[in-house]
Design a protein around this ligand. Sequence first.
Ligand code: UD1
Length: 415
Amino acid sequence: MAKIIINGGKTLSGEVKISGAKNAVLPIMSATLLCPGKFTIHNVPDLRDTRTMMQLLEITGAKTSFNNGSVTIDSTGVNNPEAPYELVKTMRASFYVLGPLISRFGKVQVSLPGGCAWGPRPVDYHLKGLEKLGAKLDLEGGNILAEAKELKGADIHFEFPSVGATGNLVMASVRAKGLTRLYNCAKEPEITQLCEFLNSMGADIEGVGTDKLIISGVKELNQADITVIPDRIEAGTFLMAGALNGEIKIKNIIPLHLKKVTDKLIEVGCKVKIEASSILISPPQKINSIDMTTAVYPGFPTDLQAQWVALMSLSESSAIVTDTVYHDRFSHIPELARLGANIKVEKNTAFIRGVNQLVGAPVMSTDIRASAALFIAALAAKGKTEISRIYHIDRGYEKIEKKFLGLGAEIMRES
Ligand code: UD1
């Protein structure tokens, strides 16, 4: 099995260029199913998840290609509104095709995603919302079958500002008849970009970037092109690697998307220099122990919680980290403990007592962000760490070892 071997303790320095955002490109790619057309998406990260989404679009009948960071999608021949279990189980974001396919074809069959390494992750808000738009839903053989001769605008209140449900319901409603009002929407930059892309396709969405989206259904949509925003989670991961291990200039980013993270890193004692499209981070002499609670955007992202725990495990006293978005997203903690971290978990809270040093050991990735946490902890640890199941990291981080090698890390990939 492929693994990454890191010889830790090297000081990092230099510049790194951040790739396009995984969580922005996946819904944008799904949105191309809404109408026939030829779409070009630029600044696309070459990730396992991007490739999985291309494969899924091909199954529906689209033609896709990936060249020099741009994906082209021809959705003219799409005729199979289905997302099979084999793909949905490897990538939950496959569920994003639900909204566009029911909008275009009046019916869709999408496998239920099921659980994942960190909890049940339900899709009830997506389904309740579709019902409100007039779809009839059935469950057959683990698949959701949804049908609607015509979707009709409705008022939908999300219990929680779910990223996926907001994206799916916006895509389902852009051609629904009349007015759809979505309340308590996710305001993550990736959802904002999806709405902007849909508007450039001819949709009529008001309130973009706020928690209330008002969508006036349009009859037709057209093809469009877009450049994907930078990946704030990849950038945040490099920021924390810098906080642990060296001076890094993180380039090609939108610093505003990382405001909460940089504020916290300043509390930790890091020097943070913010410019128009880059951040320079330098590590502190001693890492202050700072409590952190995740929240929806613009709060501290749950997708950086694991990396924050890795940082705090080398802090000078104790820190408390609470995840309010996902209550059982702590599969990285037993693995960090193998490197010597001292952490206890109760419900959705991790209690961390900083240690002076982490020491390399064999560890296992359990999901994308957990593997990123192991990666940066291993870079800071003394000696050799072998990370197995690295397909998780390849799902969400483009050329991660190449980028860290460029900063002076010692890393090898064994296939
Ligand atoms: C997206 C991101 C993921 C990130 C998460 C939270 C993508 C591809 N993935 O996931 O990286 O960690 O946002 O920022 O963009 N919930 C329900 N019912 C639903 C939907 C969600 O109860 O129907 C709950 C979830 O269990 C969770 C919370 O809502 O507790 C937030 O989940 P959500 O925002 O939907 O996450 P995803 O869209 O799956």
